[in-house]
Ligand binder design. Structure first.
Ligand SMILES: [Fe+2]
Ligand SMILES: [Fe+2]
Length: 288
């Protein structure tokens, strides 16, 4: 299956928005560290703008609720984790194959960077599976409903969300109940109670919620929620426990964003190690 634009184009713009702080990430490519902060908005390709225009226009509370109901039953497919990695890898993009990693390579680079740092086994496994929710693309979901930054719906759209101006075209902007700081939620209700825009994060959380520890689930569920974990928006909705979990999400984020400059992982060589790790936490067949 070919996707019109690079499925990870938005992640490339993430690296421009949030360059690795010097010295903070031990395994990062030093050439990347040297890069100055760049204006991601000026650099963003027209396709990235168009992606966010569609995303911000169509991610409404109603849309999110309907997708959670549709996918929450996990009745679409039954397959093991490694099988899902191979399935995701059939998602081919049209960009330069010399510089872009396949989906499976991104997963293994992330998990290998975590492993090199001697982190716990569940953390390594979380790195391995964190983007498997992108198989939503293979279930026919448009890219704007799979990838990109996520943000709360059902309360006021923060101007700290990337391309926030496109929220002007979101129908929820005209629902007064949704446009107070807490909207349909109450102060300090906890992130678990808040509907985030629909995409691969929430879907993969639904798939893995019975199998991974709370910290790993937070990494999976919130890793694209840059307005909260990087920009500090929506703090009025969070609990103290959320703040602790967001520390883990930020910890994970450096491996997700900054492990891409390493050499290509040898998939066949790494497979036995990861099959064992998968079997420690997941049943042989998982519901998707
Ligand atoms: Fe992701
Ligand atoms: Fe990722």
């Amino acid at each position: 299956m070919h996707v019109g634009t690079d499925v990870d184009e938005w992640e490339e713009t993430l690296e421009a928005r949030y360059p690795a702080p010097p010295g903070q990430f031990r395994t990062v490519n030093p050439e990347k560290v040297k890069e100055d902060f760049r204006d991601y908005r000026a650099e963003a390709r027209p396709s990235v703008r168009e992606f966010y225009r569609r995303n911000h226009q169509q991610q409404t509370l109603e849309f999110v609720r309907s997708k959670k109901a549709e996918y929450g039953a996990l009745g679409r497919k039954q397959m093991g984790i490694w099988e899902a990695m191979e399935f995701l890898n059939t998602l081919v993009d049209d960009s330069d194959p010399d510089t872009d990693l396949s989906q499976i390579e991104h997963l293994l680079q992330t998990s290998e960077a975590i492993r090199r740092d001697g982190r716990p086994r569940w953390f390594i496994l979380t790195g391995l599976v964190h983007d498997l929710g992108k198989i939503l693309c293979l279930f026919g979901e448009p890219q704007w409903a799979v990838t990109g930054d996520t943000f709360p719906v059902g309360c006021r759209f923060s101007d700290r969300v990337v391309f926030a101006e496109f929220f002007a075209d979101n129908p929820d902007t005209h629902v007064p109940d949704y446009q107070t700081p807490c909207g349909i939620y109450t102060e300090g209700c906890g992130l678990d109670q808040v509907h985030l825009s629909w995409g691969h994060d929430e879907y993969m959380y639904l798939v893995t919620r019975d199998y991974l520890p709370e910290e790993g689930l937070a990494m999976i569920r919130y890793h694209s929620c840059y307005p909260i974990h990087k920009e500090g928006a929506y703090s009025e909705l969070l609990t103290d426990r959320d703040q602790e979990l967001l520390g883990w999400v930020r910890d994970f984020n450096q491996y997700d964003l900054y492990s891409k400059s390493h050499s290509r992982p040898n998939v066949a060589e790494l497979r036995p190690y990861y099959e064992d790790l998968i079997a420690e936490y997941f049943p042989p067949v998982v519901r998707w």
